[in-house]
Design a protein around this ligand. Structure first.
Ligand code: AMP
Length: 400
């Protein structure tokens, strides 16, 4: 039986999953992917094959059977049944885990002891980490013989120099873990690994990767290594996101607490769910809706989104000591020529010259030959990155 690897990305209201085979090849093949959405309310299951055709769909009953643990058990049974039909052996499950704390700089095989250690980071990412870990625990309890690997969103940034990771706060807080971690690391790592194939010279240079999705951040890569990123202690820092504000004067949080008498939970709700593009526009967190809208506040939300990216491009360029390339990725970065154009306009002082036709067609290279900075569009693939890490941790790097 040939082997396969499953990938699980478990959030508060959804579980995304996928299965890859051809694990002996450098680039594995996607067999199916899908998600369970609406966990806690009305969970719906949908799976598609590697070509995007729906292969199964169902609605779960509300009640006890709609909880996270139960749905995870059902999902594992479903994956097992499918892989048996396909004649594949499940070699392991890779999980996206948002926080690896200050020291995890690479993926790790999970046992009870590692899981207990990762639980200590729940305080650092209370909205995501508990759900990431609960799936791992459910599988451990269900079937101890399934090997599991945790792949961290923070790990790729552990190469940032200490001055990029430390806040100017009393040092004890830093020792306790109040530091800049950076996120979207699996996406950046995927791009860093693709770059040598697509643009070998750029792979050896100074590059900013702009991950513009519902979550938004940028990372400075020097010869493929992360040296700085716009996200910090939490996935709220940095750029304007769908519903998160990005960089915010801490004085604002004090004002909300002391003058508006808001509770911690109310502030968390405001900052995670009601700010960003949605908060400014009052219309939507979806860039497509805002781009199509004539409403002045939708226009203002996009202005601020682009302005802040422009400022951070300056900051990351300084951290890198110059710039050779700018890469767009994730939902907005991959699919919106207008946003790419506007970002390149605000960064034109760097010598960026966009090829408008290539940008419109979403080609890989979208800058003109004489542009001082190469501008590219590279689709990210965090699931494949997790599958690759899981294969390498469990089986050794079989392609080497
Ligand atoms: P992601 O988090 O990478 O899945 O990206 C999701 C976001 O990408 C959505 O919220 C949309 O705002 C955005 N998006 C997807 N397609 C487009 C598009 N064609 N134009 C602008 N934004 C898009």
């Amino acid at each position: 039986m040939s082997g396969c690897i499953s990938v699980i990305n478990s959030g508060s209201s959804s579980i995304k999953f996928s299965l890859f085979d051809q694990i002996e090849q450098e680039e594995m093949r996607l067999i199916f992917s899908g998600q369970i959405e609406g966990i806690g309310t009305a969970p719906k299951f949908k799976a598609k094959d590697g070509d995007g055709l729906v292969i199964d769909e169902k609605q779960f009953e509300q009640g006890a059977s709609s909880g996270h643990e139960h749905l995870m058990e059902e999902l594992i049974d479903w994956i097992r049944a499918r892989r048996l039909e396909l004649g594949l052996e499940l070699r392991g499950v890779g999980h996206r885990v948002v926080h690896g704390g200050p020291f995890y700089s690479r993926p790790v095989k999970v046992d009870d002891q590692v899981l207990a250690e990762l639980e200590q980071f729940i305080v650092l990412a209370p909205l995501h980490q508990p759900h990431n870990l609960s799936s791992i625990r459910t599988i451990l309890q269900m079937s101890g013989d399934i090997e599991q690997v945790a792949c961290f969103d923070t790990a790729f940034h552990r190469t940032n120099p200490p001055e990029a990771q430390t806040f100017a706060l009393p040092y004890e807080l830093s020792e306790e873990g109040v530091r800049r971690y950076g996120f979207h690391g699996l996406s950046y790592e995927y791009i860093a690994r693709r770059l040598p194939e697509l643009a070998p010279e750029l792979a050896n240079g100074r590059v900013i990767v702009a991950h513009l999705g519902n979550g938004v951040s940028m990372c400075g890569l020097n010869i493929g290594v992360s040296v700085a990123s716009t996200m910090g202690f939490s996935a709220m820092d940095g750029l304007v996101m769908g519903t998160r504000p990005g960089n915010l004067d801490p004085g604002v949080v004090l004002y909300l607490l002391q003058e508006k008498q808001m509770s911690g939970d109310e502030i968390a709700d405001l900052l995670y769910k009601r700010s960003g593009l949605l908060g400014i526009s009052g219309i939507s967190n979806d860039m497509r809706v805002l781009l199509a809208s004539e409403d002045p506040r939708a226009k203002e939300a996009i202005e601020i989104f682009v302005y802040r990216i422009g400022r951070e491009i300056g900051s990351l360029t300084a951290a890198l000591g110059g710039l050779d390339g700018l890469i767009f990725t994730a939902g907005i970065g991959e699919h919106s020529p207008e946003i790419r154009q506007r970002v390149c306009d605000v960064a034109s002082w760097l010598g960026i010259e966009l090829d408008e036709a290539a940008n419109g067609r979403g080609e890989t290279l979208i800058s003109r030959p004489q542009s001082k900075i190469a501008v590219m569009v590279i689709p990210t693939n965090e699931e494949l990155m997790i599958a690759t890490h899981t294969r390498d941790v469990l089986l050794g790097d079989v392609t080497v």
